[in-house]
Design a protein around this ligand. Sequence first.
Ligand SMILES: [Zn+2]
Length: 555
Amino acid sequence: MESIDSTITVDPKIQHLSEEEIIEETNLGQNEVAMQNEVALLGENKEPLNKKVIKNGFSYEKDGWKYMAIQGDAYERGFAYGTLSAKEFKEIQRMLNYFIYESYAVTWEEMVDTVNEDIYELTKEKFNEFFEEMRGIAEGCTKAGTETTLKEIIAWNFYMSIPYWLSVRSGNSAGKEGGAKDRCSAFMAVGDYTKDGKIVVAHNSFTDFVDGQYSDVILSIQVPEGKGHNILMQTSPCMIWSGTDFFVTSKGIIGTETTIGGFFPYEQKNPIGYRIRKAMQYGDSLDDYEKILLEGNSGDYANSWLFADIHTNEIMRIELGLKYHNTERKTNGYFIGFNAAYDSKIRNLECSDSGFYDTRRHQGARKVRLAELMEEYKGEIDLETAKIIIADHYDVYLHKKDNPCSRTVCSHYDLDAREYMSDPTRPKPFSPHGAVDGCVIDTAMAAKMGFSGRYGNSCGIPFDKNVFCDKNMQWDNFRPYLNDRPTKPWSDFYFSLVEEDLEKEKEVEKEKEKEKEKETDSLSFTMTDKTKNKKKKTTRRQGGKIKLKRTIKRR
Ligand SMILES: [Zn+2]
């Protein structure tokens, strides 16, 4: 284990804390110190909201995102995660009760039962650490006011696999018209293509707004020593893996993907959520990622996976079909992701109507456009240009410079009349579907376990559910389940160390008790604000600055 230590001087002014809060700083527990540390890194004018500190974790909201940091053994960190996610998970339950029936004609309750018939025992036996984490999530969430069960959390973590699994299990094609849905744009570049020759990665998630709008969590997972690597990822509340797939680990591995559209085969083995989470936590190298993803491959959520190792400066793409897969690695060049496989076997034998050559479709169009952008920015790709590329609105089919639609890198099905649609099973005209975020990372940020994200979409065009539903009344039944996504800026997030030091907590409690006693004593003699203020000022730290230590553990 190597460790990077850096001491960060936190100026109270930058923290935007009131004097009251600064004074209270002296009595903070370790988790609170960790959160203050994280908050201090946000810089000026970035006020975090709804700060919450609990045992084994903390959370706050910023620029549309919900940042959560958890630590401990599987059950403990799960419990903290469930506690911090309770409010949001209630919303998700409401959405699932509506959207699952609307999409598959079975209730969410029935779906939870059927999913668990197939994977409950498998989860318990083969992935016990994750089983325990999800047991913690269910209990933490319930205790914090949103009643749920372990089975519901297992089904929620199987959410991305449902369309693949259900079409085989039920023998009908409910929810999976024309094979798997298409999601996401992505690229990874290295060598001659980037400004510093190191790795740059960008991704955005295309999804139905009604469920994809919940991929608004940045989760920092700190595992105990000997239990693999720490993780920072984008995810949805109560998910133990990313789902949209954007992450960095303390081993220096960056990961993302784009779905292979129109994919249909499935075999009941290990769910993708468990396989990728196992890779994130225990994968030491790109080889490990390939090995772990192939082990018990079910063909669910078949993706073109993109991984990068910052220590070897190497990028890798795995087109992961069911019977077939295709792995390529580069130390100079790029990979782009546009929802279709280059591999001829996967594309022809495991997909229906892939859209690979069709520039009317978003696969063919972005296959062209992302490659053009890689060449246009060759040698200049860094975090800032990555943000521009992933927000691109050039329409290669109509040769229009700024035409946000289904064919553009930053996708906007909600603005697209689909008059050029070549496959009627694909998203309908003006669908509440498209990019809901943007994420970028480079080697330097990955070394500090951080990345930059933009909530809403990659370009900043706001989504107003009432304007949308008034204009497109065919989706009016979705109105109660859609959220507005106003324009938000890009924000940087980093992995946080959450300390658990029970002895120290007890000491802090004792100190607080003593302080209270003293205060009560002094107040009983002199009940004036002046005295109270004077007393408080003496507890302020020398120089008005608080020194915090940031440690990133590498395993
Ligand atoms: Zn856009």
